[in-house]
Design a protein around this ligand. Structure first.
Ligand SMILES: C[S@@+](CC[C@H](N)C(=O)[O-])C[C@H]1O[C@@H](n2cnc3c(N)ncnc32)[C@H](O)[C@@H]1O
Length: 248
């Protein structure tokens, strides 16, 4: 895999690390500058390397600002454990979607209600929310359909815990901590996902490979390139929010 196709967060870290390595080399060679010049140099190198690594413009802007931000916080007496705590909280809440470039946001109550008509009312039916966030759709549908079974898969530990606690009262709902890519869809009748444009081609390939004919795939808002959905159901929420439905 080429470095330029790495997730942006890894490319951004690489650019900063390479820039820093250049500064360390210059110090070793005996160069001496005022601190602000070093910071400026780090920013310039990070921007240059980020462009080379094909990072999008908003990431390049963040790369330029980051060294100045670090410098500004340098002298501030913030205990080191706060940085660690912040890092851990971010990793626990958002870590699962970081590398697959899927942020945490939620389907609206209206989307949950529209899902009701898209999930057949059939005893024994298996529904999966791939990347279930805080478990809203799973908890809602499991309450209304006691005869069906509902699976939520979530990769971020804290997010998973919230969904797990939320679905605890539902005997027909299960929330699994793990990757949607390691979830076998062979027994799933209706798979639902609200992710981002990035994983859609790979997810569609997985759906086609693993789900049985007669199954249904629902994507909240994100299209599958080149695949026209059989139904589109607008939902309230952010602009362009809709449920795209494919019958397999
Ligand atoms: C946009 S939220 C959707 C939440 C919920 N499905 C809904 O409709 O309200 C996407 C979730 O997918 C999770 N996620 C991202 N990549 C994942 C992966 N590879 N495996 C499991 N979960 C993942 C993220 O952590 C995030 O909680």
């Amino acid at each position: 895999m080429s470095i330029r196709s790495w997730p942006p967060v890894l490319r951004a870290l690489l650019a900063q690390a390479l820039g820093f390595a250049v500064l360390v080399t210059l110090v070793r060679l005996g160069l001496r500058f005022p601190p602000l010049i070093w910071v400026l140099l780090q920013a310039v190198l990070a921007v240059f390397l980020s462009r080379w690594l094909a990072l999008p413009p908003r990431w390049i802007l963040m790369q330029a600002i980051l060294p100045f931000l670090v410098r500004a916080l340098w002298g501030v007496a913030i205990p080191a454990w706060i940085y660690l705590a912040l890092f851990l909280v971010l990793a626990l809440v958002f870590g699962g979607g970081l590398l697959s470039r899927v942020p945490l946001y939620h389907a609206s109550q209206d989307a949950w209600e529209k899902l009701e008509s898209l999930v057949p009312d059939r005893p024994g039916l298996c529904f999966a929310d791939l990347g279930c966030g805080f478990g809203g759709p799973v908890a809602h549908l499991a309450r209304l359909r006691p005869e069906a079974t509902f699976l939520g898969v979530e990769a971020s530990p804290f997010t998973w815990l919230v969904a797990w606690l939320r679905c605890l009262p539902r005997r027909n709902a299960r929330i699994r901590l793990g990757s949607l890519w390691r979830t076998d869809l062979a027994t799933i009748d209706v798979a639902y996902a609200f992710l981002s444009p990035v994983p859609m081609p790979a997810l569609w390939a997985k759906v086609r490979r693993e789900m049985r004919p007669g199954g249904r795939f629902i994507s909240h808002s994100f299209e599958v390139p080149g695949e026209t959905p059989h139904r589109v159901v607008p939902v309230k929420g952010r602009d362009g929010a809709r449920l795209l439905v494919w019958d397999l």
